[in-house]
Design a protein around this ligand. Structure first.
Ligand code: KG4
Ligand code: ZN
Length: 353
């Protein structure tokens, strides 16, 4: 089954063609980086206007890359929420129009749940010769979705049966990375800037000795809180700024501490959930799952504390927003509905659809 998926819930505009939820035929993502640099972050109306300009060319690019015409596609899939209303509408209205003119079925997709389905996709992409299919996946699975807007833990009993276990009570982990990056002067480059600066810590050294809190790490729940961490970061950065000592090496050391604090909490909570539910597999997904320290720390901790547990982490290109996992979700868990009934739902909860 060939699905053409469309994603425009936040600042990316993406389309992809995926076969049977696992094999990527194409993936096109229109970058929003230049726009961010110009406007100093996401301005929702500006984002939606830019997405409107590039949505059709992005879909055309995905079809061209897959060497397909619309008539070759079996079904459409589109992110209906959660996300920014203007941005969601661009994808939703475009997908509905295509469904209407082509007569193809259309599957509504929850963006947050879809993130974890990146773990079903062949990790080496369209030229895959590897037999890495859903048959190799073991359940039950504890799945952590960590993105710019979400930090959620789920239990998957199988590829369709999903239960939400806990999530952030305030900021998402990605938000904590992004806000820390801004405080440290890395405008609009978020988590990747923190990762890069943190990797420079060992090289350049640094004198900063503070230890950031690990909020709720051992409270026994499966919830998270990252807003206190942000306040602690703000306080420390201000102290260093006032003392005139926020130099490059301190920034690197500070980025390192931020990354350690966030990843410690994410790993501890995920392992705790795995323990509670006797998980055979652990997955992570979402933009923050691209973080090298998180990937490495999780792998190491599983080897130490739960050897034999199957760890699945999507390749970096499938962690941040794209339409491939939208198609994968649609294939494994979605159901088509009448295009008239497809609507953008900005506050769609992680337990709907
Ligand atoms: O999943 P995503 O692309 O968009 C949302 O659905 O929110 O996630 C974006 C988030 C941002 O907060 C970004 O800073 C973070 O993922 N991110 C990272 C890394 N790459 C992206 N955070 C830490 N380390 C990274 N390497
Ligand atoms: Zn996302």
């Amino acid at each position: 089954m060939k699905i053409l998926a469309i994603e425009s819930s936040c600042d990316e505009t993406a389309a992809a063609v995926v076969v049977n939820g696992t094999k990527i035929l194409s993936s096109a993502v229109a970058s929003s980086t230049l726009m961010h640099a110009k406007y100093g972050g996401i301005v929702p109306e500006v984002a939606a206007r830019e997405q409107l300009k590039c949505i059709l060319s992005t879909i055309t690019e995905a079809l061209d890359q897959a060497q397909m015409k619309l008539t070759d596609i079996d079904s459409l899939a589109v992110t209906v929420g959660p996300g920014l209303i203007g941005s969601l509408l661009v994808g939703v209205e475009t997908a509905k129009t295509i469904a209407f003119v082509s007569g193809k079925p259309i599957i509504p997709v929850n963006h947050v749940l879809a993130h974890m389905y990146a773990n079903f996709v062949h990790s080496d992409g369209q030229n895959s010769s590897r037999e890495e299919s859903r048959d190799n996946i073991v359940f039950p699975v504890i799945s952590l979705v960590v993105s710019g807007g979400h930090t959620e833990l789920f239990l998957l009993k199988n590829e369709k049966d999903i239960a939400w276990l806990g999530g952030t009570l305030d900021d998402a982990a990605g938000e904590a990375f992004d806000k820390s990056a801004r405080l440290l002067g890395f405008e609009n480059r978020g988590g990747p800037a923190i990762q890069e600066a943190a990797s420079g810590y060992h090289v350049s050294g640094g004198k900063y000795q503070g230890t950031l809190p690990r909020p709720m790490m051992h409270d026994g729940t499966l919830n998270f809180s990252f807003s206190g961490l942000k306040t602690a970061i703000l306080r420390e950065v201000n102290k260093l700024k006032e003392a005139g000592s926020l130099d490059a090496s301190r920034i690197n050391h500070f980025a390192y501490e931020v990354q350690e604090a966030i990843t410690d909490v994410l790993v501890a909570k995920t392992l705790h959930a795995a323990e509670m539910h006797n998980a055979q597999g652990i997955w992570i997904s979402g933009g923050v799952a691209a973080n090298a320290k998180l990937r490495e720390k999780l792998k190491k901790t599983i080897e130490e504390k739960r050897p034999g547990t199957q760890l699945r982490i999507p390749p970096i290109s499938l962690c941040t927003d794209n339409a491939v996992y939208i198609a994968a979700y649609a294939y494994f868990r979605g159901s088509p509905i009448d295009w008239h009934d497809i609507t953008a739902i900005p506050d769609l909860s992680v337990e709907e659809i």
